[in-house]
Design a protein around this ligand. Structure first.
Ligand SMILES: Cc1ncc(COP(=O)(O)O)c(C=O)c1O
Length: 273
């Protein structure tokens, strides 16, 4: 892992990594010294998700000092509240984000008081982008999903004036492969075709939009539909994935469509795990 990271660092102007433990700093700085690579580091701050990050101002100062003394470039902090991105009502999300922003400000002030003022303050996501803009604490927003959108974000009131300011741009196409079962059209898209950690994908085209999808195995899914509305055998149906990131990870190529025309194929280089 460190070898691959150093290889990336040698190809670009500045590689930034996130650290939350002194061991990270030791490992990264010795690998960077051995390769003659320059690595910038952000101290990860836990802002309520309790996933990664140091837990308070004192620990942030210790980590930032460790970074500075190690030969890595101390560049600032990351504070990502992933657990707040999908809080569905705007008012509740604002309140909960602002609690964490107060905690983050305290960390930043303590760092500044110790001559460790963060130059970069990185955080936020699609669910909090406009709250983060108004707060003016982050110097960098880590938004990603807005580009594609997915059905998880479709149920979030993203802004008070316009709950859904972003359009869906990521779809999975499938075909009807069996129509023998009453009340069911079986398609060739199952657990291997969509992210599966939460709800089912949402129908977007090819059958009435209130048609429910159900999982039917690795390669199959079912559309629960009346005989009258059943799509023809072989016909195409299109879905909005429930969660865009892990769905993209399942594919090797984007098929870029404008209107009804396939205009390009883009490789998905980083897929797999
Ligand atoms: C650390 C971090 N930053 C940013 C994002 C992007 O957030 P979103 O896709 O909600 O815009 C993620 C998403 O998983 C993340 O883990």
């Amino acid at each position: 892992m460190l070898e691959r990271l150093m290889a990336v660092a040698s190809r670009i102007d500045e590689l930034l990594v996130v650290v939350d433990h002194p061991q990270n700093v030791v490992d990264l700085s010795s690998a960077a010294k051995a390769r003659g690579a320059r690595i910038g580091a952000l101290v990860d701050i836990d802002v309520g998700q309790h996933r990664t990050g140091v837990i308070g101002p004192k620990e942030a100062v210790e980590m930032a000092r460790a970074v500075r003394d190690s030969g890595l470039d101390y560049r600032g902090v990351q504070a990502y509240y992933g657990h707040l991105q999908h809080v569905s009502t705007y008012a509740e999300r604002v309140g909960r984000v602002n609690e964490q922003i107060e905690r983050l400000k305290e960390v930043m002030e303590t760092l500044e008081g110790n001559e460790l003022k963060p130059e970069i303050v990185s955080g936020g996501g699609t669910g909090t982008f406009n709250i983060d803009l108004e707060n003016r604490v982050f110097t960098e927003l880590q938004v990603g999903s807005y580009l594609f959108m997915d059905s998880q974000y479709a149920s979030v009131e993203l802004t008070p004036d316009d709950p859904q300011p972003f359009e869906h741009a990521l779809f999975v196409q499938a075909n009807v492969v069996s129509t023998n079962q009453p009340g069911l059209a079986v398609i060739n898209a199952g657990w291997k075709a969509f992210s599966t950690e939460d709800k089912t994908p949402k129908l977007h085209d090819g059958a009435p939009l209130d048609t429910e999808y159900r999982w039917m195995g690795d390669e199959h899914g079912g559309l629960q539909i009346s005989e009258a509305a059943k799509p023809d055998l072989g016909s195409r149906v299109e879905f909005i994935p429930n969660h865009c990131d892990p769905t993209v990870n399942l594919y090797r190529t984007y098929h870029c469509i404008r209107g009804d025309t396939l205009v390009d194929l883009w490789p998905i280089d980083g897929n797999g795990y």
